[in-house]
Ligand binder design. Structure first.
Ligand code: ADP
Ligand code: MG
Length: 610
């Protein structure tokens, strides 16, 4: 075997570059983060050919003295942390001291910088990690870093670069994330000499959100605010009808840092839980503030992952904040056209310029741009517009907690919207067809009954306080190692809702009792589903969530099926019970319970109007 030797610095920088500099967007992110850390309030990013030819970031921040500028290009040179303790109380975006040397080792790199108090600035030129020249120059105060021919000396990396549009998408998304988190900074993004985005400085964070995420979103945003001991949660949630097919619309900030954290993401999704279907993701800006010594940002060189000391509490705070914002901010799921939502009109309209800019730059494809569906309804082949239920839940009528018997109670005819629908009939023994003032309404009988049944079960489980009921024949459960470890950790939470689950040697468990409201469900698959969900999220579900998951599964089993003939009286009872629901518009899994065609949509489809 060859002898062990210390790598030459240029080579070790190149290796570090492999972790820090994945693609042009990572260069932009690192440079812009440095500008933010330097206190800039104006940052201009210029890109040539998707970042292959050119990446330039200019700021009006603190600048650097000549010696500091030279030092900044050495590995592990940073002005941001000094001592071990600092690593656990990081307040700046950078701290590893790796970005500049890494980028300089895989490009042709020019750093030009001047402190406001210095007469002359410094320019340092580096190619492939080797300093070519250092000279005095006249430059404006601040720092400008120019990166040309990225990866020119690492052909393998170069090959991984995607099309210009793809790389620009990543750059634009990354910058949008930073801009969302720093409304007090003016940002510009140019590509091949054209202005793509300009976000003017603002003191109003909501204004920046609307500017970045799109003016169309404005009236669907609801503010979120919750303070707990472990975390303060702020930001905005969008109404569930604005949804995406990926999680890219969920922007998470932890102490000002834009991160992709699966725990927080999971908590956000949980906050929406019944309001979105499988595969739908919401649009959210979640700003989390946690004590600096309770979060570890040094998990990955690119710093987009974090770890929380009080993971469970942070998760709970986020889920709670999202849920509360949705419940309080959402207007009733009206079957008749409602008032337009004016609450967020207040978000400034000063960003018209942005729309114009976006139009003039068609090559800039943000992958997470709102889809047709996100903008309102879905468009069917016929050209008719399906109107989905607006959003979540109606304020519950006062004093609703009467325990109700579980199979359905007699109808209440309380004068609700569903009960007032004029019944036309049943289609394919699956959908209930009705007429309303606002058009033709179809109700999915299974989804609707699932919702009704779910809420009845939930009330019952609350009143009975989840008493345990011993199983006549205990059931055994064989799990794999991961699942077994997860279940072990969750046993206490299970116990609190009425499950008695004991280890049974190896990875087997024995279930001795279950909550009494759960007597009919299939246990094994259900518990496995709950464990899998928890594993995917990296957190233990709270007892409340465990209970709700179990209820959903039960409701699904107990509800009337599709392809079942219903008598008129049964349908009428179903409609009346739907009115009693807190969230009548979605089944527990988030599917809509009803859809509607307006008369205009029908007329359009029949060519009666254009
Ligand atoms: P880090 O950000 O982790 O400290 P970098 O390699 O990104 O490491 O930067 C090294 C150092 O260079 C920073 O700590 C900072 O002192 C200095 N620096 C980098 N960019 C700028 C800038 N735009 N303005 C002022 N100083 C900068
Ligand atoms: Mg940095």
């Amino acid at each position: 075997m060859a002898r062990i030797r210390i790598l030459p610095e240029v080579l070790s920088n190149k290796i570090a570059a492999g972790e820090v500099v994945e693609r042009p967007a990572s260069v932009v992110k690192e440079l812009v983060e440095n500008s933010i850390d330097a206190g800039a309030d104006r940052i201009v990013v210029e890109v040539g050919n998707g970042g292959r030819r050119l990446i330039r970031v200019a700021d009006n921040g603190s600048g650097m003295a000549r010696d500091d500028a030279l030092l900044a290009l050495e590995r592990y040179a940073t002005s941001k942390i000094r001592r071990d303790e600092d690593l656990f109380a990081i307040r700046t975006l950078g701290f590893r001291g790796e970005a500049l040397p890494s980028i300089a080792s895989v490009s042709r790199f020019i750093l030009a910088t001047r402190r406001p108090e210095d007469e002359a600035g410094t320019e340092i030129e580096i190619a492939g990690g080797k300093i070519e020249s250092v000279r005095e120059v006249g430059v404006p105060p601040g720092t400008m870093i120019t990166v040309r021919d990225l990866f020119f000396n690492t052909p393998a990396r170069r090959k991984f670069m995607k099309t210009v549009a793809t790389e620009m998408g990543h750059i634009g998304d990354g910058l949008a994330g930073l801009a969302l988190g720093h409304p007090q900074i003016h940002f510009e993004l140019r590509h091949n000499e054209r202005l793509l985005r300009r976000w003017s400085r603002t003191g109003d964070a909501a204004e920046r959100v609307a500017a970045v995420l799109g003016a169309a979103l404005r009236r669907d945003l609801m503010p979120m605010a919750l303070e707990t001991e472990a975390a303060t949660v702020g930001g905005w949630v969008a109404a569930p009808r604005v949804n995406r097919r990926t999680s890219h619309g969920v922007h998470i900030f932890v102490n000002g840092r834009h991160v992709r954290d699966r725990t927080v993401l999971h908590a956000v999704l949980q906050g929406y839980r019944e309001r979105l279907m499988k595969g739908q993701y919401p649009v959210v800006v979640c700003r989390l503030t946690v004590p600096a010594d309770e979060v570890d940002v040094n998990v990955h060189p690119a710093k987009h992952e974090v770890r929380f000391v009080r993971q469970q509490q942070v998760h709970g705070a986020v889920a709670g904040a999202v849920h509360a914002a949705l419940v309080s901010g959402v207007r009733p799921a009206g079957l008749n056209p409602g008032e337009p939502d004016n609450r967020l009109r207040a978000l400034s309209a000063s960003h018209r310029e942005m729309d114009g800019v976006a139009e003039s730059a068609p090559e800039f494809n943000r992958p997470s741009e709102p889809t047709e569906r996100a903008a309102g309804g879905m468009t069917a082949k016929s050209g008719m517009t399906f109107q989905s239920p607006a959003t979540g839940k109606r304020p519950a009528p006062p004093g609703t907690i009467h325990p109700e018997p579980v199979p359905p109670q007699p109808s209440l005819w309380s004068g609700g919207q569903f009960a007032h629908l004029k019944l036309i009939g049943q289609f394919r023994r699956t959908y209930i067809i009705c007429e309303s003032d606002a058009g033709l309404v179809l109700i999915d009988q299974h989804a609707a009954h699932e919702r009704i049944y779910f809420e009845q079960l939930r009330k019952r489980s609350q009143t009975r306080n989840a008493a345990a009921q011993a199983l006549l024949i205990p059931e055994t459960l064989e799990l794999d190692f991961r699942e077994a470890a997860a279940l072990e950790a969750m046993r206490e939470a299970f116990a609190r809702v009425g499950f008695d689950i004991e280890p049974f040697g190896g990875n087997a468990f024995i279930i001795r009792s279950v909550p009494d409201f759960l007597a009919t469900a299939e246990l094994g698959p259900m518990i496995r589903e709950i464990i899998e969900g928890a594993l995917a999220a990296g957190v233990k579900p709270e007892p409340g969530v465990l209970q709700e998951e179990s209820l959903k599964i039960m409701a699904c089993h107990g509800a009337i099926r599709a392809r079942q003939t219903l008598a008129t009286a049964q349908i009428q009872r179903l409609l009346a019970q739907l009115d009693e629901c807190e969230n009548p518009s979605h089944c527990p899994h988030g599917r809509p319970t009803w859809i509607r065609w307006s008369e205009q949509a029908l007329e359009k489809a029949f060519g009666r109007r254009v």
